[in-house]
Design a protein around this ligand. Structure first.
Ligand SMILES: *Cc1c(COP(=O)(O)O)cnc(C)c1O
Length: 422
């Protein structure tokens, strides 16, 4: 794709965009009575206009039916609610419907996955992760390690970029895993790194982890709905994600898990059980003795958070219509255009941390403004850009293919240029 540095060119790309009608399916927040440039779909995705109806349908069922809604709700009986999202989620993460389920929140799910898949022994007890992982993941790992009686400073191996570099080399990840093969119990990595935007090579990381006799899991918070994550192809043991970032399912929206089918039918795996993971046929017999459902469903604990899951359904419906492949194709162009514009004449003042290789990134570019970064960020906000400032020095911008336009990208660049020159 060759780009041109002009508003006209941006508008011509929007004109040709096969997904151009999707923007109108979302509420775009306004700043100074104009649509803002919303580049924070990586933090909280925008609200689909259809969400209200999906949630209202559940409110109405509750209003009219009370408890009977569990089995007699018109469209989506609550007893079965977790089943309705499986097919769409499976497509988005490259898994079978039986391998995924939506439930709980992300950090909670990471803990539940580690209960089953982090099983340290005296000799093999270490966890490998990237340096600077999202803090909640760091706390989860630290507390799991302590829970098993190990010392985090000994048990956690963090992989750092090479001197003078911002992102990781797959070779360095693989070599670290190989070097520590004797002592590693788990490899837990981001899919897409929240700070740098680097999309890791899930398949190579998984292969290295398995060769070392470890389990391998991914936190897909920044990958799901953004890049094509082929979980089955990667061979990973488990994954978890949240739905309020690229999946537009609302603040605190329901999370999701993936458990590879090789673990689907193993009642001996330790897990923290609850009645929603218990054999569905016998769930209401209220008897002793936990018998897990097959597949990811067996990790559920509680009955479904229906209101939050309704919002999730609204968004998944849009993903189903648009198609994750087409979204990714547009995303490559959108982010490519942003990169091209920055490089065309802002390169002296703005450095891009995110990898150049499009296979190693999703929507997001992480920008380091070399001088007065926070001041530049604050001015951008005043000018109608909603982006994201991350300490110590990064402005994260994520043009997302469902509701951002090439014109958004061009306007962002123009504002940035004005701010930097002033
Ligand atoms: C957004 C995000 C979280 C947030 O965790 P919650 O439990 O949903 O609050 C955790 N980890 C990563 C990598 C994230 O990007």
């Amino acid at each position: 794709m060759t780009f041109e540095n002009s508003l006209q060119f941006a508008q011509s790309l929007d004109e040709k965009d096969p997904l151009k009608t999707y923007r109108d399916k979302f509420h775009i927040p306004k700043i100074n009575r104009k649509d803002c440039i919303y580049f924070t779909g990586n933090s909280l995705g925008l609200q689909p206009k259809s969400t209200r109806q999906f949630v209202e349908e559940e409110l109405l069922d509750w209003e009219k039916l009370g408890v009977e809604g569990h089995f007699h709700a018109k469209k989506r009986p609550w007893f079965h609610y977790h089943k309705f999202s499986k097919e769409a989620l499976g497509k988005i993460v490259g898994a079978k419907p039986s391998e995924v389920v939506s439930m709980n929140s992300l950090t909670t799910n990471l803990h539940l996955m580690m209960v089953s898949f982090y099983r340290p022994s005296e000799k093999k007890f270490k966890i490998v992760m990237e340096e600077g992982a999202f803090p909640s993941d760091q706390y989860a790992v630290e507390s799991q390690v302590k829970f098993h009686g190990f010392n985090p400073s000994e048990a956690i191996i963090e992989i750092k970029p090479r001197e003078g570099e911002a992102t990781l080399k797959t070779d360095d990840i693989v070599n670290t895993i190989e070097k520590n093969a004797d002592s590693i119990a788990l490899v837990l990595f981001s899919g897409v790194q929240y700070y740098t935007g680097q999309y890791f090579d899930l398949k190579s990381i998984t292969a290295a982890g398995h060769k070392a006799g470890a389990k391998v899991g991914f936190d897909l918070a920044h990958a799901v709905g953004n890049v094509l994550v082929n979980l089955n192809d990667s061979g990973a043991d488990f994954a978890a994600w949240c739905s309020y970032k690229y999946l537009n399912s609302g603040p605190g929206g329901v999370s999701g898990i993936y458990v590879n089918e090789r673990h689907a039918n193993n009642p001996d795996l330790p897990r923290f059980a609850g009645w929603w993971g218990h054999n569905e046929e016998e769930r209401f017999k209220m008897e002793k003795g936990f018998i897990p459902m097959e597949g990811a469903d067996g990790w559920q604990q509680s009955n479904v958070n229906v209101l939050s899951s309704a919002a999730h359904m609204a968004s998944l419906q849009i993903f189903k219509e648009a198609g994750i492949d087409k979204l990714r194709a547009k995303s490559l162009q959108l982010t490519g255009f942003l990169e091209y514009l920055i490089k065309s004449d802002l390169e002296d003042s703005v450095q891009i941390l995110t990898p150049k290789n499009t296979e190693e990134r999703g929507c997001q570019l992480s920008l380091v403004v070399k001088k007065d970064g926070k001041k530049v960020f604050d001015t951008l906000t005043k000018e109608g850009v909603i982006a994201d400032w991350r300490e110590p020095e990064v402005i994260r911008v994520a043009p997302v293919p469902l509701y951002n336009t090439f014109e958004d990208v061009f306007n962002f660049y123009s504002i940035m240029k004005k701010v930097l020159i002033e």
